[in-house]
Design a protein around this ligand. Sequence first.
Ligand code: AMP
Ligand code: MG
Length: 352
Amino acid sequence: MYAFPRYSPLATSYCLILLLATLSCSKQEAPLYQEQILALGALVDISLWGVKPEAARQAADAITADFNRIHTTWHAWKPSELTRINAQLVTGHAFSVNPEMIPLLVRAHALSQASDHLFNPAIGQLLARWGFQGDEPKGPPPDPAVISALISQHPTLDDVVIEGDHLRSTNRAVQLDVGAIGQGYAVDVAIAHLRKLGVENAMVNASGDIRVIGRHGNRPWRIGIRDPRGSGILASIELQGDESIVTSGTYERYFDYAGKRYHHIIDPRTGYPAQGTLSVTVLASDTATADAASTALVVAGTKDWHRIARAMGIKQAMLIDDHGTVHIDPVLAKRIRFETTPAPKIELSPPL
Ligand code: AMP
Ligand code: MG
């Protein structure tokens, strides 16, 4: 999922409508400041509305520094605070960690428990074996015996004891990977920083993990949700105030091996890529929650997504199964606009 690229036809037509209505698309006012940075291994789009250019540049620099700091702290396979933590966890002894890790781990633990550990940031070993802790996953898939040995040890964040800024693990199979929540968490950190700097209208989009505050001038922020079966836009939605939207898709990272596709969202119960789902979009008031939940609901699949969403406190969600059918709750269904022709088949769920 992404915000409309600046020159997408859809964005342009919205802009034209706005131009006719208010002339506010003209360059002279330049109320929209946009910057794109590379951080967390992904493109991060920063959009600020109504901030003077110099202040906007400073704000963008400040949150770029946040993203870079987080990137180097939480990296799962390049030497980082996280790789140091993982090396210590196997000892079973307590050790001190960078205090910035603690709130992330506390949040991740609560969300993992609520998801029945379908969102499970303690399965780093499994993810490494699949090659998803690497720049270019390419297979082969791990030996089935290795997978069953790893899942039989049931690593979860329940095994990690947090005492002040010290951690220890009661299960030596625990290896942390915050790939399913870290980007969302970083977006929350960035938005909090922008607010501190007095920015009231902004959108931060870390390759599909999006949080908006305020408005895009005299209209809400508009977001496009990617079609998981193509490269176009499946649907659009308007956000304003303070809302997050995150999409997890099986198309984001994968490898093909011996004629089969293996994607990066692993079902911790089986040790294999989750089956039956192409993507899940979740709306929530903060991005970390939406991020963890979108991953959990991909694993939960058509049978359990509704139950797990409720358990995680999610009120708006949409799952696209591998037939392209959209499973959606009634609140989100009312807000979203499908952009494809024909519109996809929709299965309305009971309210969340
Ligand atoms: P996302 O794009 O937010 O869905 O996160 C996917 C990333 O999270 C993967 O690339 C893995 O690093 C990690 N991951 C995969 N499966 C899980 C899972 N079941 N629970 C937690 N993290 C996972
Ligand atoms: Mg996620």
